[in-house]
Design a protein around this ligand. Structure first.
Ligand code: UDP
Ligand code: MG
Length: 317
């Protein structure tokens, strides 16, 4: 099979028939064998009935229905597990992404050898409250992830070589960082294609408000940490702990030194508790020890973690 189109959706019944016939038309025009995997993320409207009907008309339609709403990442995770095509395309169900982009994305993966091609909604039809935070977010994501050529990490329209989706784990709200996940799994040929974007035809965006921004940054921080130190937590906590402990030790010596000098000169020694160095030594030594202990605990956890030896082997002879 050439292509699997994975579509996560939550209450999008109005768009589904048009989306399906559009995909079908594009695939037939280009002679591509395909499947469409609709993942119904606990919709409360008629989405699932529509998917069932589409499945009866078209054997290429497959569906997964969650019992409740888990989020876009879990929906993608299950869609990826089911996908069988050589190239996997993800797109949103709201008709904002155009199926006409599929053939070119497919070509970039199969002929130009990309592992992942992300869409770039250069001209975007969304409210300013979404587009401005997104610019900031993408700038940070580019820096942290070390993928400097991507402008639109969270574009719903993306294409992957099959191995990529089988080797990454999209959980929580990590769908924003799939290119980063792919890069951490060793898939480094990541490209971009400018794609057409349309205003939402039906319904409302499911991602609004400030918390998507805050959570987005926290997730980026977690990913960065996990990738850098997930398997060796002592390297970060031990280093910071030692550094703080050393500063604390130095401060103790200064406090003691001041006292000693005063005694030698025969003048009344100043009270230790009046010296700022005393407080610095206290906090630094306590914090240093704590960080060190955190490092040991981290090592214990990662040594027992189930996935500690999950390496992605590319080939074997
Ligand atoms: N979606 C989902 N589960 C959710 C929220 C959204 O599967 O909990 C789907 C949604 O139906 C759509 C896609 O994720 O197909 C992108 O959502 P939306 O269009 O609301 O996001 P936006 O384009 O506004 O960023
Ligand atoms: Mg949308």
């Amino acid at each position: 099979m050439d292509i699997s189109v994975v579509i996560p959706l939550f209450n999008e019944d109005e768009s589904l028939p048009e989306l399906h016939s559009w995909i079908q038309r594009v695939m037939n025009e280009h002679n591509l064998s395909y499947e469409v995997v609709f993942v119904d993320d606990g919709s409360t409207d008629h989405s699932w009935q529509i998917i069932t009907q589409l499945q009866q008309q078209d054997v290429n339609v497959k569906g997964i229905k969650f019992r409740r709403n888990y989020g876009k990442s879990p929906a993608l995770y299950c869609g990826f597990a089911k996908a069988q095509g050589n190239v996997v395309i993800t797109m949103d169900a709201d008709l904002q992404d155009s199926p006409d982009e599929i053939p070119e994305l497919y070509r970039m993966i199969t002929e130009e050898g990309y592992d992942l091609v992300s869409g770039y909604k250069q001209k975007r039809y969304d409210p300013l409250s979404k587009t401005i935070p997104t610019k900031l977010f993408n700038a940070t994501a580019r820096k942290v992830s070390g993928i400097p050529n991507l402008h639109d990490f969270n574009c719903g329209l993306k294409a992957y070589r099959r191995e990529v989706v089988k080797n990454i784990e999209v959980y929580g709200e990590m769908h924003r960082y799939i290119p980063y996940l792919a890069k951490n799994a060793g898939f480094s040929k990541i490209g971009e294609k400018v794609v057409h974007h349309q205003a939402r035809k039906f319904g409302q965006s499911k991602f609004m408000g400030l918390n998507r921004f805050v959570n987005g940054y926290l997730d980026l921080l977690s990913l960065w940490f996990l990738n850098s130190f997930g398997l060796k937590p002592m390297h970060v906590f031990g280093f910071l702990g030692s550094l703080m402990f050393a500063v604390g030790l130095l401060a103790v010596m200064i406090v003691g030194g001041i006292k000693l000098v005063a005694i030698c000169q025969g003048v009344p020694a100043p009270l230790v508790a009046h010296s700022p160095w005393f407080y610095i030594s206290l906090t630094m030594m306590i914090l240093g020890t704590q960080l060190f202990v955190a490092g040991f605990l981290g090592e214990l956890i990662s040594r027992n973690a189930e996935g500690r030896n999950n390496y992605h082997i590319e080939t074997e002879l």
